[in-house]
Design a protein around this ligand. Structure first.
Ligand SMILES: [Ca+2]
Ligand SMILES: [Ca+2]
Ligand SMILES: [Ca+2]
Length: 368
């Protein structure tokens, strides 16, 4: 279906540039479809194509796919003024921005002369891969963000990671180049808040932790978290789990029930029939440890086999008149260096004994 074209023809200002010859136009669209030859010039008596003037014509012609890529112009011979210097042709169709075709040449008779639209970006003549900018002298190419020109037409991805133009915090992420961009790959314990930022994961708030909340509290840390033992609990084993401190409970270690072996109980001296391992609680009326009377500094030692929390020491006399009256408690982890228990005092604690059974006499602070 034909549509209307507005065609404005400007004749050059050169001396005798105007013509009286018949003039024809052919317009070529995007798919090289052409309108076919259309005669310009009015029959209303107006003298068209005068030197330096612009004439406007309205013509119905075949629809061609926009943009209009090029036009062809032809003139016949005129009687008196045959020569014609065409400056430019501007076409408006279907509400589009005007298409401008520059000629600025003398048009020979009977020859089609072609001019391409000056906006190469719109006419599809540019070789730009991504962006095209029209200029008066041609056009230039550009690239989208994240790309840069490689030569005049082709765009190449910018490797932001290797060129240092990324915004990844390399302390908590690594940079991965992508076409047109990059992403920050978050380290363990961090997550992306956007593709370019990493934030610590609050494992405590997201239940992504493994703390046993009965025995510990979860404390968030940058990149990780830690389980802090609750009061009365401590990390005593190699597995880093919080366990109830022995101090908070009450458990006998085995002097009475034999869990502590005879070999673990030694003494500075003893009578043959009263070896140190007889010094067990409630071992019987005739069983006890006796140091030799000439022993200047008698001691009895219990090897607990591993670091152990002590809450108290219970002592028991053998008979009403036979018992240790006072003692000090020393402890060691290597059997070389010994520390004497002092409680909260500056001096070694001296404990008074009595003969009552299983009386807790010695309050010991929690200490390995
Ligand atoms: Ca141009
Ligand atoms: Ca990139
Ligand atoms: Ca964390």
């Amino acid at each position: 279906m034909p549509i209307e074209y507005e065609i404005r023809v400007t004749t050059a200002k050169d001396y005798q540039a105007g013509t009286d010859a018949r003039v024809f136009i052919d317009m070529i669209g995007m798919n090289d479809q052409a309108t076919g030859s259309i005669e310009l010039g009015n029959n209303n008596g107006k003298d068209d194509f005068e030197t330096g003037s612009t004439d406007t014509f309205y013509r119905y012609a075949k629809y061609i796919k926009k943009p209009i890529k090029a036009i062809k112009i032809k003139r016949l011979n005129g009687a008196l003024y045959a020569r014609w210097k065409l400056d430019k042709v501007v076409i408006t169709v279907d509400g589009s921005a005007p298409y401008t075709f520059n000629f600025n040449i003398w048009i020979k008779a009977y020859e089609w002369v072609t001019s391409y639209e000056e906006d190469e970006c719109r006419s599809g003549l540019s070789k730009c891969e991504q962006l095209c900018f029209n200029t008066n002298t041609g056009y230039r190419c550009g690239c989208r963000k994240g790309y840069k020109l490689d030569g005049k037409y082709i765009c190449k991805d910018v490797d932001e990671c290797s060129s240092g133009r990324h915004s990844c915090d390399l302390g908590v992420s690594s940079c991965i180049n992508t076409l047109g961009s990059f992403i920050c790959n978050c380290a363990t314990g961090y997550k992306n808040t956007s593709k370019n930022t990493c934030q610590d994961v609050d494992e405590c708030a997201t239940s992504g932790h493994k703390c046993d909340l009965k025995t510990s509290t979860c404390v968030n840390k940058p990149g990780s978290y830690s389980c802090h033992c609750r009061e009365g609990y401590g990390k005593t084993g190699a597995d880093n789990n919080c366990r109830a401190n022995q101090c908070s409970g009450y458990e006998t270690l085995g002097m009475e029930n034999g869990k502590i072996s005879n070999q673990s109980i030694t003494a500075s001296s003893h009578y043959t029939q009263y070896p140190p391992w007889s010094a067990r609680l409630r071992a019987g009326r005739d069983k006890s440890w006796y140091a030799q009377p000439h022993d200047p500094s008698p001691w009895i030692q219990v090897d607990l086999g591993k670091p152990t929390w002590l809450k108290g020491v219970a002592t028991q006399g053998k008979r009403f008149t036979m018992f240790v009256k006072t003692y000090k408690l020393a402890y060691s982890s290597d059997k070389v260096t010994w520390l004497t228990y002092r409680g909260n005092e500056q001096t070694d604690k001296v404990t008074q004994c009595n003969i009552l059974l299983f009386l807790e006499r010695f309050s010991v602070e929690c200490r390995k």
